[in-house]
Design a protein around this ligand. Structure first.
Ligand code: 87F
Length: 516
């Protein structure tokens, strides 16, 4: 996606230009309407244009940093409202720890942070003077929080300790920044919990993973696979990592949607998080950490967006329905406008997020494409004929289907259509994802499938050296293939099945592919 970065440099000055290179349709620059790149022909440029023209993102003059506009933040807030309520039911409490990390405490985790160190950003100056001790900006908050877990946890009555924070983190990435998907600052929630027993920790890992599945599948209408990461791909500081994995058919890349880790007692050892049990015996806590981020929004755009722009699932759309008046020359314009306002009032009272676009300086056709670009799930048009028949015309964003609805049944019909759109987005995304899955048994089949941008399911011996070897043997401009996850739902593995890469006895089915 080289074009994304290109756009970013060009737009750094504040003005927005379409870049050269790549195939593009004719651009209506004066109106700013429409996209100039297609999703299939130039995915990188298409994505960049979809998020900018759809008013989710504005490029910023620091590479890898983006302005999240209200259209994006409202989606984030809807997911946040759901997740926050769910974790409160689990007795997890919100808190806020500082953005800054002292170098001493960061060093404490040095074994695990080693590979991440180049991504840590530091504050070295205030005004003109050098700080005596530079201060790191959190890339994640283990080292910020756990010294205080050590202080706060004394006895079994202090357990479990279950905290979450909604915050920003900074990771100074150098490869290919992409809005939402890979940015140097992003928003997330990070949960950090401590228990007396491993069983409690194990249970929570899966409860949280189920909430992540719910965010993707029920809210964002994106099919995901729940599974466990390989030893090579897990969070090195933890015991095991589970994740929900999504897939982007256009690029043939897997993408980690969210992670739920069991940290075991590794951090308890490092940070001396000990407690005394009922019998007065000393023990170490068992910990979990888990997160999902604004990356969710990028995955949603990549999966559902089309050549007209964004396509928002109704459950997360700030605006689920836009009402547009279609006045003709001698028509009763006032009557049409009144019907639009009344329609919005009826729908809003029924809990549907609806607005009317009554601007008089844009034509109906301009408004249609503008709201299509922003991805509003349902459009209602009201013209003279509709007014005369006490009906409205509904047009679905997902498939363009047009339906005339009597105003008598407006609320139930609209609710039904929004549900159908939500379901259809999921079904279509699942069909496309499933069509990309290729079951392979041999190395030759694996290489062929990789070349066809497939999501590969292969029998594996589960050996770290073999995964390293797969990476080495597939290295190239497109990036190496790696294991994505071992799905919890395992197909049958017939006795005697061999590993696709080593020929040794296979232990499990694992998903493989290129990834973000
Ligand atoms: C980048 C720089 C420094 C990821 C990093 O997944 C440190 C890190 O520790 C780092 N990138 N990680 C792993 C994060 C693990 C864990 N943290 C809490 C999560 C969920 C939320």
């Amino acid at each position: 996606m080289a074009g994304v970065e290109q756009r970013q440099n060009k737009s750094g000055g504040g003005k927005y230009f379409f870049c050269s290179g790549g195939k593009k349709k004719e651009v209506k620059k004066e109106t700013g309407l429409g996209l100039s790149f297609t999703k299939d022909e130039n995915f990188g440029e298409w994505y960049s244009e979809a998020v900018v023209n759809g008013e989710m993102i504005e490029y910023y003059d620091i590479s890898g940093c983006y302005i999240l506009r209200p259209w994006a933040i409202s989606i984030w807030e809807i997911m946040q409202t759901f997740f926050d309520a769910e974790i409160k039911k689990m007795k997890i409490k919100n808190c806020y720890f500082p953005l800054f990390v002292s170098p001493g405490v960061l060093q404490k985790e040095k074994d695990h942070i080693e590979g991440f160190a180049p991504e840590v950003a530091w504050v070295t100056k205030s005004g003109e003077s050098e700080l005596e001790v530079p201060i790191a900006i959190r890339p994640t908050s283990e080292t910020v929080m756990y010294p205080y877990y050590s202080k706060w946890i004394r006895g079994h009555r202090d357990l479990p300790l279950k905290l979450n924070q909604w915050c920003n983190v900074v990771r100074w990435e150098f490869s290919n920044p992409t809005p939402f998907i890979r940015s140097r600052e992003f928003l997330w929630q990070e949960g950090h919990t401590a228990f007396a027993t491993k069983e409690e920790a194990d249970t929570e890992v899966l409860q949280i993973l189920e909430l992540y599945r719910c965010i993707y599948e029920e809210f964002l209408a994106i099919p995901v696979t729940k599974g466990r990461k390989s030893e090579l791909e897990k969070f090195a500081g933890g015991l095991y990592t589970t994740s929900v994995e999504a897939f982007i058919p256009n690029t043939g890349r897997g993408i980690q949607g969210a992670t739920s880790h069991c940290l075991g007692q590794n951090f308890a050892k490092m940070f001396e998080i000990n407690f005394e049990n009922e019998k007065g015996e000393k023990g170490m806590v068992w910990q979990n950490s888990w997160a999902y981020s604004t990356r969710t929004i990028g995955v949603m755009v990549m999966v559902h967006g089309d050549d007209k722009g964004l396509v928002l699932p109704p459950k997360v759309a700030a605006l689920q329905l836009i009402v547009i008046p279609v006045p003709y020359k001698d028509a009763d314009t006032q009557g049409i406008f009144d019907a639009c306002v009344a329609t919005v009032a009826t729908l809003s009272d029924a809990g549907i997020r609806a607005e009317a676009d009554l601007r008089d300086n844009y034509s109906p056709a301009w408004k249609y494409s503008n709201w299509e670009m922003k991805g509003v799930p349902l459009r209602i048009e009201i013209g003279p004929r509709d007014l005369a028949n006490n009906q409205v015309r509904a047009v679905r964003r997902d498939n363009g289907a047009k339906t005339d609805i009597s105003r008598v049944f407006l609320v139930e019909q609209v609710k039904g259509m929004l549900d159908k759109i939500q379901q259809n987005l999921f079904d279509v995304a699942k069909q496309k994802r499933d069509a990309c899955v290729e079951v392979v048994k041999t190395w030759e089949e694996f290489v062929t499938a990789l070349g066809q941008k497939k999501l590969i399911l292969a029998p594996w011996c589960d050996e770290e050296d073999v995964e390293k070897d797969v990476k080495a043997r597939t290295k190239g401009d497109m990036g190496a293939a790696k294991s994505l996850c071992t799905p919890f739902e395992q197909p049958e593995l017939p006795e005697g099945t061999k590993c696709f890469a080593s020929g040794k006895p296979a232990k499990k089915w694992t998903y493989w592919g290129r990834s973000y």
